[in-house]
Design a protein around this ligand. Structure first.
Ligand SMILES: [Zn+2]
Length: 334
């Protein structure tokens, strides 16, 4: 078994006895992006299919897939197997009724090799209404020897009838020691940032790590330059440039920028800035009149947008960004 993230072990302890019993079961793994729920779902699927599960953590008594039996050898490299139906889609896609119907048909057939079938649907809120209703029928009469795992970043977007038929495993934010310790280890030379990043990124360690990684740096630099450059472009053009970006990441970056500007407004040269961007202090020097009240108003707007983005699958990113960039231009050009 691949290692679980340290903050996931309590949930694993809770659920492993039920996986061992091989009864029909529907689970909902719920929590914000960056908690590793998909990884947990795949580990659980492997455990459910493995022919000879082993003790993988002696201290906590955790059981995991053996990695050696014929089924594990098939499943482990790519998390695929005839008895594992992994319906996981990327950002912005939707899960259609046809996909769900096809999946449910597969569940009426006896498992091909393993002792049971496993279904992963991720993110479950990407099912449209008819897809949700089609799944509901299966959840109401769950076929024997079936494990259904729904993964959701926004469980409030799911039908209440789906929620009530699933056992909930919650992946709560990790601002505490386990998340920080893990993140410090991953960040190595930037370990000092771990606590701040976790606080800023909803206590989601994997999102904090992604934020700190190189591959986000160029995108972030461009976005910050857009926000900080005194001769900014038209707000509508800015919105068009970032309409395909991950809005949650974008809002977080903006929040961090706001926190730095608030610090600069309050502490001046003594401010301990999170962003290392030349334009940041330049903007502050050029516009010392940027006042705290206006920055806080914008921060509230970001929080409201963040809540919307987390609780809705139908957010119009371009319109939302247009509104924010217009407001930002107004605030940063007093
Ligand atoms: Zn195995």
């Amino acid at each position: 078994m691949n290692a679980l993230y340290p903050w996931q072990k309590v949930n694993w302890q809770r659920i492993q006895p039920q996986i061992g019993q091989c009864k029909a079961l529907a689970l909902l793994l719920a929590g914000s992006i960056g908690m590793g729920k998909q990884h947990f779902a795949e580990q659980l699927a492997m455990l459910a299919l493995c022919q000879q599960p082993i003790l993988s953590d002696h201290t906590l008594g955790l059981i995991g897939a053996c990695g050696r039996c014929p089924i594990c050898r098939l499943v482990m490299p790519t998390c695929t197997h005839p008895d594992l139906h992994n319906l996981s889609v990327g950002e912005g896609k939707s899960i259609t009724v046809d996909q769900i119907r096809q999946l449910c048909e597969q569940l009426s057939i006896t498992p091909k090799q393993a002792k049971r079938r496993v279904v992963i649907i991720s993110p479950a809120e990407y099912m449209n209404k008819s897809a949700s209703n089609a799944l509901l029928k299966t959840l109401e009469e769950l076929p024997a020897r079936t494990l259904i795992i729904l993964v959701s970043h926004r469980p409030r977007c799911l039908l209440p009838t789906i929620l009530s038929r699933c056992q909930l495993l919650k992946f709560s934010p990790q601002p505490g020691t386990e998340g920080i310790r893990w993140l410090r280890k991953q960040l190595a030379d930037e370990a000092g940032q771990a606590e701040q990043l976790l606080n800023l990124l909803d206590g989601a360690p994997l999102r904090a790590l992604a934020w700190a990684k190189q591959d986000n740096r160029q995108w972030r630099e461009n976005f910050l330059t857009t926000c900080l450059s005194p001769e900014r472009k038209d707000p509508l053009d800015c919105a068009a440039t970032y309409k395909t970006a991950n809005i949650i990441n974008l809002i977080h970056t903006w929040q961090i920028l706001l926190i730095d500007l608030l610090q600069l407004a309050q502490l001046g040269q003594k401010a301990q800035l999170r962003l290392n961007h030349p334009q940041l202090t330049r903007l502050h020097q050029a516009k010392p009149q940027l006042n705290r009240r206006r920055l806080l108003v914008f921060y509230d707007q970001l929080l409201a947008t963040q809540a919307n983005a987390q609780n809705s699958t139908a957010l119009n990113t371009q319109l939302t960004l247009e509104r924010l960039f217009i407001l930002w231009q107004d605030i940063s050009n007093p």
